[in-house]
Design a protein around this ligand. Structure first.
Ligand SMILES: Nc1ncnc2c1ncn2[C@@H]1O[C@H](COP(=O)(O)OP(=O)(O)OP(=O)(O)O)[C@@H](O)[C@H]1O
Ligand SMILES: [Mg+2]
Length: 676
């Protein structure tokens, strides 16, 4: 677990929309690692103080050598002793500075890494809980950039921003004090470059902050273009769109280049001004100091001390630009990170919500409406949908593409919350129970399921990593995957490639069925999950799932009517509304859209079977894999209703398929939707 509590977003007086607020928040996070921070600060202060001793010792050394060179004191043991002490002091200060500097760098780096680690975890944890509607709006590439580059920006700040500020403050503040006490006029000249550099630093900070923000955005776009290109590589190659894709990438890349150039210009200009100012004040010190030495008002040693002080300041002055950049980058990176970290998921547990309590196992949609939130406003996907499905019952949903079928599947596990009406399980509104308990009870086999780059068995046992091989094998066998797995040299240990590309569409769908079956949830939703599987295999899957889903409330969404015609109730959905409902037989008797679809699919089947007969004249008259939209009964000549050969055979031209509960009447539902 991360040690960064997200609750710190509610800290008063810190507005993370401003750069200062963001930096204050990062600093507050760093303060949590008190010991490291303290050691780091003490290290920087000690390093700066020992560094300040060096010019003093150098001045004394020069004066000492000058004294030694006077013939009168050449053999004076006191002078020689004094010089030896100065040399030892110089050595001690240099060694001390080196050691303290190492301590500060080490602690600063460790602290930065620690902070980055916690932030990365907190960020990743947040991503696990952000609602789907957020992911719909924000591109994956953008979220990935934030999780990687922006965390880096915050990490760098600790060392090159926060701790270095202490270092510079002591070096410049205490050093100036030392010089002023020694010689006010020369001190004034020596530090005259500081205000100019400070001013340039602030200006460049603001410019860099803005351009860094822009650059980050460009990099996100670049990542997105690359991500889409790689994800859609087959489409790109199939349509020979490489040139078009190159052009798209070039355009995004060129914008990033222009911004990078602008950033370089800002940095070069500022570094030049800062360095020139520095050398100009060094010349002035030489002039004023030289005159003083000539007038006998100062020793050569003192002039050396001032020059050495300026030399020591040279590097930090140059690094002031880097420090400013660290501030600018951290404030924009932090802002982008906090934007995500502070997101309140749209779908979350209510405070003190109880776990779902399953009594009967009945799922109800009560006048449910839903609209997706998009950048262009709300897009209505469901209007007044009502149904109920209990244990051992099956609900079928059919309808044209975009009708809202998958949306229904998304609402049950609360991927989204309804915008009207309610979804309940055993009388409990699903918004009132914990998400974990709800999602454990609902298995959704998605239209396009994801396959992780991992062993097959790990993919099947994704929801229960401790499942033993037997359970995995049983689940795989229910999904008709076992025969194929046995044919693989490594069996269940076979690695399935990046995004499962080494699997066919049908294998992927079966894997996804096996994954859900493993958990035996009381509610199962198959969202077009057998579209890529031939009707014969689908039939076998259904037969073997029958045992597993005997007590389940099952929803089957499909375009192929053979997949759902055995359902207790079938909804015909169009434009988010239920336009017809009833059993298969009732809907056929109604003679409306469902019947027309059935007619169409059956007719296609007959045509396909005819052409098969004509073309190949198979001895047994059975077609091989039928086209996707074909009822299995028709093309194989085998009854397609699971496990009951001959029980419900439907004629290929299907005017009056044998029916479920033939006495009920189907309903055509008006625009208002909902069955009484
Ligand atoms: N994440 C989303 N954001 C915005 N609109 C969406 C989103 N997902 C779906 N939609 C829109 O909602 C409507 C219903 O989509 P849905 O995916 O439920 O259709 P479907 O019936 O499952 O279609 P298909 O048969 O093609 O799978 C469509 O108009 C679709 O464009
Ligand atoms: Mg769909």
């Amino acid at each position: 677990m991360s040690s960064i509590s997200l609750s710190d977003r509610h800290q008063p007086f810190v507005d993370t929309r401003t750069g200062a607020g963001v930096l204050a928040r990062i600093t507050r996070m760093a303060v949590r690692y008190r010991a490291r921070l303290l050691i780091g600060i003490l290290g920087t202060v000690a390093a700066a103080l020992s560094q300040l001793l060096i010019p003093r010792f150098m001045g004394q050394a020069v004066d000492g050598i000058h004294g030694l060179l006077q013939a009168a004191t050449l053999w004076n043991p006191a002078t020689r002793h004094g010089l030896l002490m100065v040399a030892l002091g110089l050595l001690g200060a240099s060694v001390g500075r080196g050691l303290f500097m190492a301590l500060y760098m080490q602690q600063g780096e460790a602290l930065g890494q620690r902070l980055a680690y916690s932030l990365r975890l907190a960020y990743y944890e947040k991503l696990q809980h952000l609602s789907f509607s957020y992911h719909d709006r924000v591109h994956t590439g953008d979220l990935m950039t934030r999780g990687m580059l922006d965390v880096e920006g915050v990490r760098m700040f600790v060392n090159f921003g926060l701790l270095r500020t202490f270092y510079l403050a002591v070096l410049i503040g205490f050093g100036t004090y030392q010089l002023v006490v020694t010689d006010p006029l020369m001190a004034l000249v020596a530090v005259s470059f500081v205000p100019v550099v400070g001013w340039r630093a602030i200006v460049s900070r603001l410019q860099l902050r803005e351009s860094w923000y822009q650059l980050q955005k460009r990099m996100s776009i670049l990542t997105r273009v690359m991500d889409e290109n790689l994800s859609g590589i087959r489409v790109v190659r199939a349509f020979t769109s490489q040139d078009h894709e190159m052009h798209k990438f070039d355009r995004a890349s060129r914008r990033a280049l222009l911004l990078a150039r602008k950033r370089i210009r800002i940095r070069v200009q500022n570094t030049t001004v800062m360095t020139m100012t520095y050398y100009a004040s060094m010349c002035l010190v030489l002039l004023v100091g030289g005159l003083k030495v000539m007038n006998g008002e100062a020793t050569v040693g003192r002039l050396t001390e001032f020059l050495a002080f300026m030399t020591i300041l040279q590097l930090p002055v140059r690094q002031l630009g880097m420090m400013v950049n660290a501030f600018a980058r951290a404030s924009s990176s932090g802002q982008r990170l906090f934007e995500v970290l502070d997101q309140e998921p749209d779908v979350a547990d209510k405070p003190g919500a109880p776990a779902l309590s399953l009594t009967r196992g009945e799922l109800r949609f009560e006048d449910v409406s839903f609209a997706y939130r998009t950048d262009d406003g709300d897009s209505v996907a469901l209007r007044g949908v009502s149904f109920a499905v209990g244990p051992g019952q099956t609900l079928g949903i059919v309808g044209p593409p975009g009708a809202g079928k998958s949306t229904i599947a998304h609402l049950v596990p609360r991927f989204y919350d309804v915008t009207g009406g309610r979804v309940s399980i055993d009388g409990q509104d699903i918004r009132d129970v914990t998400l974990d308990s709800l999602r454990n009870a609902v298995g959704v086999i998605q239209q396009d399921s994801y396959v992780f780059t991992s062993a097959l068995e790990r993919n099947v046992a994704y929801g229960d990593p401790w499942a033993d091989r037997d359970r995995i094998a049983r689940a795989a066998s229910s999904a008709q995957l076992a025969t194929w797995v046995r044919s693989l040299p490594l069996g269940y240990r076979t690695l399935v490639g990046e995004r499962g590309v080494s699997l066919s569409g049908g294998q992927r769908q079966r894997l996804s069925i096996a994954r859900s079956v493993m958990l035996r949830p009381p509610f199962m939703i198959f969202d077009d999950s057998t579209a890529a599987i031939d009707a014969g295999t689908e039939q076998r899957i259904r037969a073997s799932l029958r045992e597993v889903t005997r007590q389940c409330a099952t929803i089957i969404i499909a375009h192929r009517l053979s997949s759902l015609m055995h359902a207790d109730e079938i909804l015909f959905l169009d434009q988010g509304q239920v336009v017809e409902r009833g059993s298969h037989a009732q809907l056929l008797a109604l003679g409306a859209r469902y019947a027309a679809l059935y007619e169409l699919q059956a007719r296609r089947t007959t045509a396909a079977a005819d052409s098969e007969d004509a073309g190949h004249a198979p001895g047994n008259g059975a077609a091989a894999d039928p086209p996707a939209a074909v009822p299995a009964a028709a093309d194989t000549g085998v009854p397609f209703v699971e496990g009951a050969p001959g029980a419900e055979q439907v004629a290929a031209n299907g005017g009056n398929g044998a029916a479920h509960g033939g006495n009920g009447a189907a309903t055509t539902v008006g625009a208002a939707g909902g069955r009484s």
